[in-house]
Design a protein around this ligand. Structure first.
Ligand code: SF4
Length: 400
């Protein structure tokens, strides 16, 4: 029988938190027209939900999942909302005891906006940058590193954890090592690099996923790019076919697997399940971990021995970096195709959307987006929406 990871001792969900994260879609509008896009043909024409409705959904996230839940403020492109409203949404999420992240393509996420949102309580900013967005003037993922570096500069010094999202399709799969190397070089500023596999859903014009694209193929290329083997199977977040997660320690430009001792990782998972860490405060996190280890005489020797083994393995890199170490996480997310939803994965979903009727699995939501967004009885927009590149029907024909 396939190991779904749901009931394994490696499982995070249901122990550390009840859900991985909840998307709060504050607009359906977007200022890009990506070849992979989970929005629907109706999205651009849908009015933004009023603030009162957004606030009601924030309360419902709290009621469903409790304090400390990660809330992705997303869309469409959330920065298309008036700035004062976006700040009010961030403040409201924070005031509810939830953890707000901004998921943006970065175009309008200027430094002054990020500074204002950080002041309002934003915890992370996640920039989505990749070739499938068809930004003008970029032909390879490596060329897009200039844009990634620019976005990093915008967030530099702000109390925000920085995440990068990268969609991967057949045409860009072999560029994953280059992109992973960029994140390795910028490990001091990047907290997590998340890769999403091509899913055949929504209004995007790229259809069937190429035969080589899989979570294993992306994980292999990440490891090739950073020049280190990582344990992508040490932890589960929801269903094992949905998410793969690994953590690296980076020192002196080299990466080292943080999760390479499964027994120790599982013990840590058990013992620290109730500890809460603020991602944007790494020193406070380290202090909380040290305090936790010191409070128990049985934990201390095991933790000290693990630390000593890691330091010994990394000794050359630590000497080169003069003791400076950064943590860099890699996440691979395998969204499902709209026509191939697996009920088992939907039931174990770790990534929900806060709809007007409560939380719904993101894959299910994407497969029937109009049903959740349009008033009952409204006919969805069909493939006739005119964009700069023609109607969706014309683009589909050209892509075949
Ligand atoms: S959104 Fe889809 S791929 Fe992601 S966790 Fe939920 S069911 Fe799995």
């Amino acid at each position: 029988m396939q190991d779904t990871g749901q009931w394994s001792p490696r499982q995070h969900m249901g122990r550390r938190w009840p859900i991985g994260c909840v998307a709060l879609e504050v607009t359906q509008r977007c200022n890009l027209d990506c070849a992979l896009c989970y929005l629907s043909e109706s999205s651009q024409a849908i009015a933004d939900p009023p603030l009162a409705e957004i606030f009601r959904r924030i309360e419902s996230i709290l009621a469903w999942y409790g304090e400390g839940t990660d809330v992705q403020i997303t869309g469409g492109e959330p920065t298309l909302r008036p700035r004062a409203e976006l700040a009010a949404i961030v403040r409201r999420v924070r005031a509810a005891g939830l953890r707000p992240s901004l998921f943006t393509n970065g175009i309008r996420a200027r430094r002054d906006l990020l500074a204002e949102l950080a002041q309002a309580g934003l915890e992370d900013v996640a920039f989505h940058v990749d070739l499938t967005q068809q930004r003008r003037g970029f032909r390879t993922e490596r060329e897009l590193d200039a844009l990634r570096a620019e976005y990093l500069e915008r967030a530099r010094g702000l109390p925000l954890a920085v995440i990068f999202n990268t969609s991967v399709c057949e045409a860009t799969l072999d560029e994953v090592p280059d992109t992973a190397r960029f994140f390795l070089r910028h490990a001091a500023a990047v907290r997590m690099a998340s890769f999403q596999l091509h899913a055949d859903t929504g209004r995007g014009v790229l259809r069937g996923r190429g035969p080589r694209v899989s979570a294993a193929a992306v994980a292999a290329r990440i490891q090739r790019g950073i020049g280190a083997a990582l344990s992508f199977d040490a932890m589960d977040i929801g269903h094992a076919r949905c998410n793969r997660y690994a953590m690296a320690l980076v020192a002196g430009g080299r990466a080292f697997d943080l999760l390479d001792e499964p027994a120790f990782v599982q013990r840590m998972l058990d013992d620290t399940a109730l500890l809460r860490f603020e991602r944007r405060k790494s020193r406070a996190t380290l202090a909380a971990l040290a305090g936790w280890a010191l409070r128990s005489s049985s934990r201390l020797p095991a933790c000290a021995a693990w630390l000593a083994r890691k330091a010994w393995r990394m000794r050359g890199a630590l000497a080169a970096s003069r003791g400076r170490v950064h943590k860099l996480s890699f996440f691979v997310h395998d969204f499902m195709h709209a026509c191939e939803l697996d009920p088992e994965r939907i039931a174990a979903c770790s990534f929900m959307v806060a709809t007007r009727d409560g939380p719904v699995s993101m894959c299910l939501h994407n497969a029937a987006r109009d049903a959740y967004l349009l008033p009952p009885g409204t006919a969805p927009v069909t493939l006739t929406r005119k964009t700069a590149r023609g109607t969706a029907r014309e683009r589909l024909a050209a892509a075949r």
